[in-house]
Design a protein around this ligand. Structure first.
Ligand SMILES: [Zn+2]
Length: 303
């Protein structure tokens, strides 16, 4: 029975892989097919009927593929990634890659999984935004720089409550009160956490000791500790790399989601040995980062 299942599964996977490969080839022919209006010549009513009947593609797939291929038509390196890995592999980068940096993005699309790449692009663009802002702050004369306009999307009930709370005062006053209350709450929480923090433990087991694990869960509230991420924790990441130190230090273990854990091991997090509040995504790997070196050695050793 078991061999039957395995055999069936192997066949299914193999055929599925070939099907995907052949559909990739069809997708790459789409722009030229549209340009020459091949379907008319061959008696089909439109490109969707043509691609549907001949290659089993849905209308949505055709539109999507044409959209992405149009965006990268002048970017040969990204085009090659589509040939190798399919249209989805480049999707996260099509809106930000330019002719100048497409090689960089093609490299990332080739080596990263889709989820990691998406988070990487999001964090990198966020960094760029922050940098632009500080640029502006420097350029604008001081007195014009004192007010910042913020638009928020709030559920209407909540907006009403906020407005009621504001009363006759100004928005700045009520927001300041709320911010101060939240900051105070955070500070108290930090002190409390610091008090219950367990000692670092030296052990031969890679497994994080239970007390430390539960402390990190309380500190992170089960969420990724990379700034502004907030996704579910998937990994307890040793900033000091357990393989070199064999110490479980609660200050050196960070709860991370899958994508940020992946990015950390690719050496793309700046300031990894400092507080997570200052962590940043960097576009280029820091070759002086010792952790990155340890990761490579460990991987080689495991192979
Ligand atoms: Zn994360």
């Amino acid at each position: 029975m078991n061999t039957d299942i395995n055999e069936l599964h192997e066949k299914f996977s193999e055929y599925g892989k070939s099907a995907k490969e052949w559909q990739r080839k069809c997708i790459l022919l789409l722009p030229e097919t549209v340009r020459l209006r091949v379907w008319e010549e061959k008696g089909f009513s439109c490109i969707y009927e043509y691609a549907g009947k001949l290659a089993g593609m849905s209308k949505g797939q055709v539109i999507d593929a044409l959209y992405i291929l149009k965006k990268i038509e002048d970017k040969p390196a990204l085009m090659r990634v589509v040939e190798e890995k399919g249209i989805n592999a480049v999707r996260p980068v099509v809106s930000i890659a330019t002719m100048e940096d497409e090689k960089f993005w093609a490299g990332k699309a080739r080596e990263m999984g889709n989820n990691t790449l998406r988070v990487f692009v999001r964090d990198v663009t966020r960094e760029a935004l922050v940098m632009n802002e500080s640029q502006q702050v420097r350029d604008i004369p001081k007195n014009e720089n004192k007010i910042k306009i913020i638009a928020m999307q709030l559920p209407s009930k909540l907006a009403q409550r906020l407005e009621k709370l504001k009363g006759a005062g100004s928005w700045a006053e009520i927001v300041e009160e709320l911010v101060e209350a939240k900051e105070k709450e955070n500070a108290i929480r930090k002190i409390k956490l610091e008090e219950e923090k367990p000692e670092a433990m030296r052990t031969d087991s890679k497994h994080v000791p239970r007390g430390i694990r539960s402390y990190i869960r309380r500190r992170s509230e089960g969420k990724c500790e990379f700034p502004n991420c907030g996704k579910k924790t998937e990994h307890l990441h040793h900033v000091n790399r357990f393989s070199s130190d064999k110490v479980h230090d609660p200050d050196m273990i960070v709860a991370l989601c899958k994508a940020h854990h992946d990015l950390a091991h690719r050496g793309l997090i700046e300031g990894e040995d400092g507080s997570t509040e200052d962590w940043k995504i960097t576009k280029e790997r820091d070759y002086t980062n010792l952790n990155w070196y340890v990761d490579r050695q460990y991987e080689l050793y495991r192979r």
